[in-house]
Design a protein around this ligand. Structure first.
Ligand code: TPP
Ligand code: SF4
Length: 253
């Protein structure tokens, strides 16, 4: 039976690659919600045939076949320059770089900094789950003060390791006019999707760099049940990482 002949649940986004569903993320993982918001936005904006999607190293790579769009996979944070190159070679492309906080803010942070500084006309979505998910829950730049991880078993000591990294705040500071920068959370899907869609619209309008960080849960490494996963995102994370829009192009202000 072909994919088209299968009877589908009515609300699956058109841009999903159906052969890769159900997806490969752990139950309760935030990546699935973010990817759904991206898919719905691609559908609503009618850009499926223009999107080139790049995923990083980390659990984001599990989305290499998530969408029915041209896709590429790169190393930590290098998804940003790879998508930049594709966009520069073909400005008609809508380039999306998708990554985790470890890839974007630590191992490959230089790529985010320089693409933002150059105001590259691409879109970066970065999932902040406060740890290195794929490798078993080590401390990331975004790990909260006192948060226990595999490499901070007594809780993160900010005197020793610094304060959690504030990505949208940094990107808003180093981009120039035309950039769109926001932080959303999977605990407010409607708002998060609005930011995701606006970031893509900003690229479609050719205005500048667009960047959205999304707060998300990693229940497998946090060792949390559904209720405490949600509470950690909504309370602990959102108390430190303020959700909202950090930079919008002048005409929209
Ligand atoms: C240079 C380098 N260092 C370390 C690793 C091992 N590694 C693979 S995935 C990963 C963690 C990725 O974490 P993050 O970017 O936060 O994504 P998540 O899995 O949490 O979604 C690490 C450290 C690697 N592949 N390359
Ligand atoms: S390890 Fe964490 S980030 Fe990775 S798929 Fe599982 S819940 Fe998601």
């Amino acid at each position: 039976m072909s994919v088209e002949e299968k009877s589908l649940p009515p609300k699956l986004p058109k841009s999903y690659r159906l052969e890769s569903k159900p997806h490969k993320f752990c139950p309760g993982c935030g990546h699935g919600s973010v990817l759904r918001a991206i898919a719905e936005s691609i559908d609503e904006l009618g850009i499926q045939d223009k999107v080139v999607y790049g995923c990083d190293i980390g659990c984001s790579l599990l989305s290499w076949d998530f969408f029915n769009v041209d896709s590429v996979q790169a190393h930590h944070g290098r998804t940003t320059p790879v998508i930049t190159g594709i966009k520069r070679a073909n400005p008609e492309v809508i380039g999306i770089a998708y990554m985790g906080d470890g890839g974007g803010y630590a191992i490959g942070s230089q790529h985010l900094v320089n693409a933002a500084n150059r105001n590259e006309k691409i879109t970066v979505f970065l999932v902040n789950n406060a740890n290195y998910g794929m490798t078993g829950g080590q401390m990331a730049p975004t790990t909260l003060p006192s948060q226990k991880t595999e490499t901070s078993p007594y809780g993160r000591d900010v005197e020793l390791t610094g304060q959690p990294f504030l990505g949208p705040e940094m990107v808003a500071a180093i981009t120039s006019e035309g950039a769109y920068v926001a932080r959303g959370t999977v605990s407010n899907y409607i708002q998060m999707k609005k930011y995701v869609k606006k970031a893509l619209e900003n690229q479609m309008a050719g205005k500048g760099f667009s960047f959205v960080e999304i707060l998300a849960g990693c229940p497998t490494n946090w060792r949390t049940d559904a209720k405490s996963t949600w509470s950690y995102i909504e309370n602990d994370m959102a108390n430190y990482f303020k959700v909202g829009e950090y930079k919008v192009p002048a005409k929209e202000e």
